[in-house]
Design a protein. Sequence first.
Length: 187
Amino acid sequence: MRQNKSWIIIGLMMTLSACVSIPEPLQGEYPINYPAQSHIGQVGTNVRWGGSIIATNPEAHQTCIEILGKQLEDTSRPAEQEESQGRFIACKAGFQDPEVFKSGRDITVIGRLDRLEPRNIGEYEYRYPIISADVIYLWPERSDYRDRGYPYTPYYWYRPYPYFLSPYPYFGRGVGFYGYGRSKRRY
């Protein structure tokens, strides 16, 4: 009986450690909708939207950021996907540096939907939802490599020799002791 309790505790600890957490500034309950679904009836409601920055435009008293909306993951980070959920503009009082908030960066915004404003995208007239932002959360840049899970994945042993037997352990094999870890180079 005592062993069963130990396994239950270990299972609970593993389950809790695998939980996804939302950064503190982004926590809260918000209606699940996307910029493309916004309409006049939603003006004045609070939203949590995210996506990739298209452009950052500092103005006299505020900075407006044009964003390509994307679906949010469980952590409230925009998903890595090509599909757009519509565009929107988030405006926040003060200066936000365009070099920091540069094109392509992931961003999540919490604020109040102020209005829908028609603007042109090329020749097309698009109704942009304009958000008065309370929180602008700029996510760290995604790295271009993935954790290969050394030495726990079959890929580790698929090579003609294990990495620790490599005649050239430090060259082109990744980062760290004898190539263990992550590598920006893809094989």
